[in-house]
Design a protein around this ligand. Structure first.
Ligand code: AMP
Length: 230
């Protein structure tokens, strides 16, 4: 009798532990805010189409706001039942059109991109952020910390089609982000040159503070990178 009791208690504990592990597995440690230079969206990987709302402004735009783990892995599709619902974002649409436009072809109103990002990444931040607060947080973080283009221009780094030294670009980006460890990603332009594509900064899990990125993806850049005009 006692053995049976212990056994069922043990199984019960195992089940609780498994449920707890599933919950922990869907949590996250920090956010990557990935911003991209729209002039570098076109290249060997994809061609670029302006959204139906028109050519985006000359500014870095959001590419992703990704809940991530300190070991660099990025959870995805954490809640397949939580579908994107644009009506929940009606007060944010004009800000999203400016700061998070789709550049994919064919031209679109960007809704599909936001939906993909919510379902793939946003659902993994549900312990802290519902759909509205997730997008509001991404916009707030982008607009309140660092204007990347403005900060680079202060140091004479312009999107003028010239080639820049990778190390000086990284040095200037780091100082633009108050000394925090940030990352860069390059892709290839139509001629196969390495071009400055995205900037990875890291935000604590509450979405309040910049932090040193615990880990960064491979930059995939040459020693000299093109900063194309837009
Ligand atoms: P993710 O799905 O968030 O991991 O990001 C990578 C995907 O997002 C790739 O398929 C990219 O082509 C796509 N992507 C990144 N930036 C944009 C953009 N501005 N417009 C449309 N698609 C994009």
């Amino acid at each position: 009798m006692e053995t049976k009791f212990n056994c069922s208690t043990f199984i019960g504990l195992l089940m609780i532990q498994s449920v707890a592990l599933i919950c922990v597995a869907q949590d996250y440690d920090f956010f990557y805010l990935v911003q991209q230079w729209p002039g570098s969206y076109s290249g060997t990987q994809h061609s670029r189409c302006y959204p139906t709302t028109g050519k985006p402004a000359q500014s870095f735009t959001i590419s992703g706001f990704w809940p991530s783990y300190n070991n660099g892995s990025i959870p995805t599709y954490c809640d397949p039942n939580n579908h994107f619902n644009e009506t929940k974002l009606s007060d944010l649409i004009s800000y999203l059109q400016t700061d998070w436009p789709s550049l994919a072809c064919p031209s679109s109103n960007s809704t599909q991109l936001w939906g993909e990002e919510w379902e793939k990444h946003g659902t993994c931040s549900e312990s802290g952020f519902d759909q509205h607060s997730y997008f509001l947080e991404a916009l707030t973080v982008k607009d309140s910390f660092v204007d990347i283009l403005q900060m680079l221009q202060v140091d004479g780094i312009q999107p003028d089609g010239r080639v820049y030294n990778l190390n000086s670009l990284i040095y200037n980006l780091k100082s633009a982000f108050y000394g925090y460890n940030v990352g860069i990603e390059c892709n290839e332009d139509e001629s196969g040159n390495s071009q400055f594509y995205q900037v990875y900064s890291c935000i604590d899990r509450t979405g309040i503070s910049l932090i040193d990125c615990p880990v960064l993806p491979d930059a995939n850049c040459s020693d000299s990178v093109v900063f194309p005009s837009f």
